[in-house]
Write a protein that binds this ligand. Structure first.
Ligand SMILES: Cc1ncc(COP(=O)(O)O)c(C=O)c1O
Length: 446
């Protein structure tokens, strides 16, 4: 056997071993976590085991290199395992741990002050949590607790997490109906329709909660003036405006927070995801000093053992510094423009398939002509080296949300890969049609 043949043989052997190892993991996952999750992900070509993670890229267990355009629904704004963030975690682990949650800490105080500095307007007080749902839960508790009013207005296809209050504000019944009755006095209105929101917001309303751009709802940018109109309607009735920036925050849309595009300052803002820099779990509910009054006689009314742990706060501080130092907000705006232009080109090439290009900055999506195309396109994108997952609440929308560290070369790679994946999908390549039909009948969240 020649050296070359031996090399090919070794590569084939390694490939077989990797495939066997992957099959074993899938089998264990199916047995001990959920077999249906494995089936759904397989059907969309997303039975990917992430291996090496590096900046804008991820490698699967079989050595395939993929540009990460899902980024855990916008959680990796500084890229994956950013060297400075990894270093911050190592350094923090040398001297810190979670810390005693009832005590004060330098890390919590410093991060709270930094969040107050970058948050819009007069948002200056912080409650830490571990994840997005928890941040939303506290936002809604604070709204009810401080106003003494019960009613919460939220939106169709809105997504705020799966914890108690947050789930009650979910805009999709598939997530909720098995658990009814949830919290009372939650009223759902169409997203983007100011008239219905103005009718729903009244003197019994504690708050309206809304994403400035719906993420899971299919990267929906509301009509101009919508968020400003909500601000006005809330003010007229003494209700609070809660903006959920868990997906849109930390530069994703080309501004630090998406509300800045509208010049609107909410009363409460929730953040999570990218704050953890792909390495730790942390969230924050950021609110005005006026609302903090509610917590003065009740300083222990909302507690979280791991919320804002010292370790996580130290890492999150570095994440914000990286966004500042590397000017990632401006980069998201620039690369977002480039990506939008590229997606428009793809739309022009496939006008019957791509109905709309949506989004702002690097929070983008394309609306496809039918629901089954979400999984079929995810499948073909993975084949072309792009990890992208269709929207949970609108499977016909493919989200393209790379990390904010991408450059023009990566944007070109996405546009080219998307075009090629589209051609393959339209040529019939992809998961069995039957599989995607079955997929469509169940909650289509991969
Ligand atoms: C806008 C928004 N709010 C809240 C959440 C829930 O966050 P978590 O999954 O960390 O609870 C998400 C998650 O995708 C989200 O996109």
């Amino acid at each position: 056997m020649s050296e070359n043949e031996a090399g090919v043989g070794n590569a084939e052997g390694a490939g077989r071993v990797a495939a066997l190892e992957k099959a074993a993991v899938l089998d264990r996952f199916a047995r001990h976590v959920n077999p249906q999750k494995v089936r759904v992900l397989k059907a969309a070509g997303l039975d990917i085991l992430e291996s090496r993670r590096e900046g804008a890229w991820v490698y699967d267990s079989e050595g395939r290199k993929l540009l990460d355009c899902f980024t855990s629904a916008g959680s990796f704004n500084v890229g994956r395992r950013h060297p400075r963030v990894v270093e911050a975690l190592k350094e923090a682990a040398e001297r810190l741990d979670h810390g005693n949650f009832l005590l004060l800490s330098r890390e919590k105080a410093d991060l709270a002050a930094k969040l107050a500095e970058i948050a819009p307007g007069d948002l200056s007080c912080v409650m830490f949590g571990t994840g997005g749902g928890e941040a939303v839960d506290f936002a809604l508790k604070l709204a009810r607790g401080s106003s003494g009013r019960p009613k919460i207005v939220h939106t169709v296809n809105g997504y705020h997490g799966h914890t108690g209050f947050a789930l009650s504000a979910a805009g999709r019944d598939a997530f909720k109906s098995a658990f009814e009755p949830l919290m009372p006095a939650f009223v759902r209105v169409e997203f983007g329709d100011l008239d219905v929101a103005e009718t729903a917001i009244d003197d019994a309303t504690a708050a309206m909660i809304v994403e400035p751009i719906q993420g899971e709802g299919g990267v929906r940018v509301p009509p101009p003036g919508y968020i400003q109109g909500l601000r006005k309607a809330c003010d007229e009735h003494g209700a609070l405006l809660i903006l959920d920036e868990i997906q849109t925050g930390f530069g994703r849309t080309g501004r630090w927070f998406a509300s800045e595009h509208e010049g609107v300052v909410p009363d409460i803002m929730t953040v999570a995801k990218s704050l953890g820099g792909s390495l730790v779990s942390i969230s924050a509910t950021i609110f005005t000093e006026e609302l903090r009054e509610f917590l003065i006689p009740n300083p222990f009314i909302h507690l979280s053992t791991f919320g804002g742990s010292d370790l996580a706060c130290a890492v999150a501080m570095t994440v914000i510094n990286v966004i500042e130092d590397e000017q990632l907000v401006a980069n998201a705006a620039r690369m977002g423009d480039l990506l939008h232009a590229g997606l428009e080109e793809v739309k022009a090439r496939y006008p019957d398939t791509v109905l709309e290009v949506r989004g702002r900055g690097l929070m983008t999506g394309i609306k496809l002509s039918d629901d089954s195309m979400g999984p079929r396109l995810s499948f073909n994108l993975a084949d072309h080296g792009i990890l992208a997952i269709y929207s949970g609440n609108e499977p016909s929308v493919m989200r393209i949300m790379p990390s904010l560290v991408v450059g023009a070369e990566e944007i070109g790679y996405v546009v080219e890969g998307l075009s090629a994946a589209m051609a393959d999908m339209l040529a019939g390549k992809g998961p069995a049609i039957e599989a995607s039909r079955r997929e469509r009948r169940r909650p289509a969240r991969p």
